[in-house]
Ligand binder design. Structure first.
Ligand code: NYM
Ligand code: MG
Length: 196
């Protein structure tokens, strides 16, 4: 049987990475994280995120994030076809939401274009946390994009891009005020209820 691809999306510091790691262990699956900063393209992305003097056009950045996913696509497809579950920390929706937040007049079809053909998640969680709580979390404000005003725009763009009304694979999960364990419990119950 094909492995399941479960994606966790959310704003910076929303707890995605922590939960992705826990779920990967529980499901005895593999963890994928995007951007993957260890690849050749990932190194450029890392420089862009951490060096405020390193400028790239919005289009280039968008295409680099997508190219970073394609660097891992063959490995991802292989694992899934062998029956390994994959838990993913950010993916295509982050790509669209962050680019759209920079320029809301951007053609969404254009934004989706470079990711067409990548494996689709069987389930996508979008974790929501209040801005107030996010701001108190470790490491906030260190990287590009980690500004409250921008994060608010990203949240709006995520909610626009995640077609929760028509796409049954999307689950928006409010984790505000929940501990790590309580959040895991909530996500796990959804995975179980869906028989994944
Ligand atoms: N990001 C991530 C994008 O702008 N586009 C993408 O396609 C992806 C996958 O990278 N602020 C942004 C969102 C984050 C930043 O991600 C680094 P992380 O999960 O904080 O390492
Ligand atoms: Mg981050």
């Amino acid at each position: 049987m094909r492995g399941r691809l479960i994606l966790i999306e959310g704003l910076d510091r929303s707890g995605k990475s922590t939960q992705a790691e826990i779920l990967a262990n529980r499901l005895n699956g593999q963890l994928f994280k995007f951007p993957d900063r260890s690849t050749p393209i990932g190194e450029i992305i890392n420089k862009f995120l951490t060096d405020p003097t390193f400028e790239l056009s919005d289009e280039s950045v968008h295409l680099l994030f997508s190219a970073n996913r394609w660097e891992k696509a063959a490995q991802l497809n292989k694992l899934l076809s062998e029956g390994t579950h994959v838990i993913m920390d950010r993916y295509v929706y982050s790509g669209i939401a962050y680019s759209l937040a920079k320029d809301k007049s951007r053609d969404v079809e254009w934004l989706y274009g470079p990711d067409v053909g990548l494996p689709k998640p069987d389930l996508t969680f979008f974790l929501t946390v209040s801005m107030e709580e996010l701001g108190t979390r470790k490491g906030w404000g260190e990287e590009r994009y980690e500004k409250e005003q921008f994060q608010l725009k990203v949240k709006e763009c995520f909610l626009k891009v995640l077609r929760v009304d028509t796409d049954p694979t999307i689950e928006i999960v409010d984790v505000n005020g929940l501990s790590i364990d309580e959040t895991t419990l909530k996500l796990w119950s959804i995975i179980e209820a869906r028989g994944l």
